[in-house]
Design a protein around this ligand. Structure first.
Ligand SMILES: [Zn+2]
Length: 541
């Protein structure tokens, strides 16, 4: 039992905005009162619900490959003392599994969603998630280039496609469905991409990116998965991609969807030399499409590592930058490209990207629909989120950063004209309450009775200005996991798994196809529920 007393509570889901009140905890949950147990004096501290990362890349074959490809990224030591309870790990841009859990929890973030799991390597992802301590986890399986699903869309067999999607989600023990560059990744094995939403994908007559998007969004709505289609749209990173992004929103009308890392999809211009921000256009359309949520995918200047199933884009990035490149192929169906990248303030393109991420967060009017991410490790590391929060909360700080950018960039961005400053409660919305709601996790993102007792306590005005960098205490599932800057307890964390219903007969359809196209035997493929520590099944409607 635990009582947190005297702190200023920011719990926007329950309408509490900086009120000094007690938070009581028993058996891992928030309760209305407790007798006895430990009391934490939180006088002068901010009390926030634990952070929820709706889009991050922390586990699986791609991350493991990224770690292997970039040993130079691991020199950064962990800020935690290695004790008998703590496993060792390496920090840096893609921290190793144990370190990932410690670093997220050490920042007050207690739930993470691994956003890209290739169907055929789900087992490996679960092994790494199993080794990622403290935080609760969910993962999304990649479906936008799955040939079995695409062939069914081509044949107009959407009911059967729905059964296949449901079976695959359950077999992979995923929480939801992600589509990356729909049609583009599958076309890339022919050296092609899919940049026009209405044009047939290479090898198909009727399958277009638009059709993949609308079919998958519809299927997921019908299956009632807790989280809607999670979409990495076509033409990521390309100047002028604003038109694709607006068209994508149109295709999604009438359906729920989450648009991932919107920053990478909000550019104007017709080439690198003329690239400019189109954040205002994108935000205006997004504001009008209440069926959508999004995350920023903001970038921060400095070293990053781009890791994405968008194979064609990654190869182009390698050619543009001359940096090393690797591609994990997953049975010629999907894969993951890895390219180290350094965002520089002196680069016009990078300066525009930096501004666009912030502009979107400042121009989208409903904080319940736009969430804080850097598409870790693509736009910056998750452990740099506190820097991003500071930029959102202080227009002066933004001006100071803007003054260091090349003057030429000012004509291509809107940021100098944006005075909005996020309030503490809005920060609690974009880092916790909003993403929890969008993920369909009612026990996360708030401090009401019955919620999981995931709580972070911060100093309001630390000397370095980074309020959210060093929590004084972090409570996860009712246990004090961080105190005085050190991890004090290590729990395993739960994993959320969706259980959509499907007709068992679909296995008879899938078995011969699986045997024909994949190296893995159908019967060996599904991930056993018993292998997932702390699995919590989520019913679908
Ligand atoms: Zn991503």
């Amino acid at each position: 039992m635990l009582r947190i007393t005297g702190g200023k509570v920011h719990d926007p889901a329950n309408g509490i905005d900086g009120v000094v009140q007690d938070v009581c905890i028993a058996d891992g949950r928030i309760v209305s009162s407790v007798e006895g147990g430990r009391t934490i004096d939180a006088t002068g501290l901010l009390v926030f619900p634990g952070g929820v990362d709706i889009h991050t890349h922390v586990a699986g074959a791609a991350l493991n490959f990224a770690r292997g490809l970039t040993p130079e990224n691991f020199r950064r030591a962990l800020p935690f003392t290695h004790t008998a309870d703590l496993r060792t790990g390496l920090g840096g841009i893609t921290p190793t599994t144990f370190a990932t859990g410690y670093l997220y929890a050490g920042m007050g973030w207690t739930t993470v969603n691994e956003a890209a799991v290739p169907i055929l390597s789900a087992r490996h992802t679960h092994e790494e998630l199993h080794d990622t301590p403290i935080v609760d986890k969910a993962c999304l399986v990649l479906m936008g280039n799955n040939e079995i699903v695409l062939d069914l869309i081509e044949a107009g067999e959407l009911e059967r496609a729905k059964q296949v999607v449901a079976w695959l989600v359950w077999a992979a023990k995923a929480y939801g469905v992600k589509a990356v560059n729909p049609g583009g990744v599958v076309a890339w094995k022919w050296g092609k991409n899919a940049s026009v939403l209405a044009e047939p994908v290479e090898g198909y007559a009727k399958v277009t990116p638009a059709r993949i998007i609308s079919s998958l969004a519809g299927i997921i709505d019908e299956l009632g998965l807790p989280h809607p289609l999670h979409l990495h749209a076509n033409n990521l990173g390309v100047p002028g991609n604003v038109s694709t992004t607006l068209e994508t929103m149109k295709v999604l009308e009438g359906r729920r969807a989450h648009l991932a890392h919107l920053q990478f999809h909000s550019y104007g211009g017709d080439g690198w030399g003329s690239m400019r921000s189109e954040a205002a256009t994108v935000a205006e359309h997004f504001n009008a499409h209440k069926n959508l949520t999004t995350d920023a995918g903001a970038i921060l200047f400095g070293d990053a590592l781009t890791v994405t199933a968008d194979g064609p884009w990654q190869h182009l990035l390698h050619e543009l930058t001359g940096r090393k490149w690797g591609n994990v192929d997953v049975e010629n169906e999907t894969g993951c490209g890895i390219v180290p990248y350094t965002y520089k303030g002196s680069s016009l393109v990078n300066a525009v990207q930096w501004a666009v991420g912030l502009e979107l967060m400042l121009l989208i009017d409903d904080p319940w629909r736009v969430f804080l991410t850097t598409d870790h490790p693509n736009g910056g590391c998750f452990w740099r989120y506190p820097e991003l929060i500071r930029l959102l909360m202080s227009a002066d700080h933004r001006r100071e950063c803007l003054s260091k950018l090349p003057a030429k960039v000012l004509k291509r961005i809107l940021l100098p004209d944006l005075d909005r400053e996020y309030t503490l409660s809005e920060i609690a919305v974009v880092t916790s309450a909003g993403p929890a709601r969008a993920l369909g996790l009612p026990q996360k993102g708030h401090l009401g009775v019955g919620a999981d007792a995931d709580v972070a306590l911060y100093e309001e005005s630390p000397e370095d200005g980074l309020t959210f960098a060093h929590p004084r205490y972090v409570v996860k599932g009712g246990q004090v996991v961080l105190e005085e800057g050190q991890i004090r307890a290590v729990s395993r964390g739960r994993q959320f798994v969706a259980r959509p219903s499907f007709d068992e007969g679909i296995e008879e359809y899938l078995r011969p196809l699986f045997q024909k196209v994949y190296t893995m035997s159908f019967d060996n493929y599904p991930v056993d529920l018993e292998r997932i520590a702390g699995a919590e099944l989520r019913a679908c409607k």
